[in-house]
Design a protein around this ligand. Structure first.
Ligand SMILES: [Zn+2]
Length: 124
């Protein structure tokens, strides 16, 4: 089982009562313009996130909420659920946004403007 499959299964049990439909989940082999993407059959995660575990966990949770709610948009119930799960998951490690900020700072420092120019939060 891959790293992302393990993460998916663990989060499904811990936060969704096992009710997220079983989807393929993998890192994209190409750079994609979003951090993550969810459709009916699969979730793909930007390969940039391989090096940023906590930010990656936040994105996997986010995409799983799309699958769980069958909802493409970031509606009020979506955001409420995301807030609730993030609070449980990240606890005193800070929220999802903090880990994202850290990652963005690191990418900026390393001159990865090619990635950052993609409006990184667009896919959230
Ligand atoms: Zn989203």
């Amino acid at each position: 089982m891959t790293y992302l499959e393990q993460m998916f299964n663990k989060f499904n049990g811990d936060y969704f009562g096992g009710r997220v439909p079983r989807l393929d989940i993998r890192f994209s082999s190409l750079h994609i313009p979003e951090w993550g993407y969810c459709c009916q059959d699969y979730i793909i995660i930007s390969p940039v996130l391989k090096k940023y575990q906590l930010a990656c966990e936040g994105i996997v949770i986010h995409e799983m909420i799309h699958a769980y709610l069958y909802e493409d948009d970031h509606t009020r119930p979506f955001m409420d659920l995301q807030r609730k799960i993030n609070k449980r998951h990240f606890g005193n490690k800070g929220n999802h946004a903090i880990h994202f900020d850290k990652m963005i700072k690191d990418l900026t420092k390393r001159g990865r403007y090619d990635i950052l120019n993609h409006n990184p939060l667009g896919g959230l």
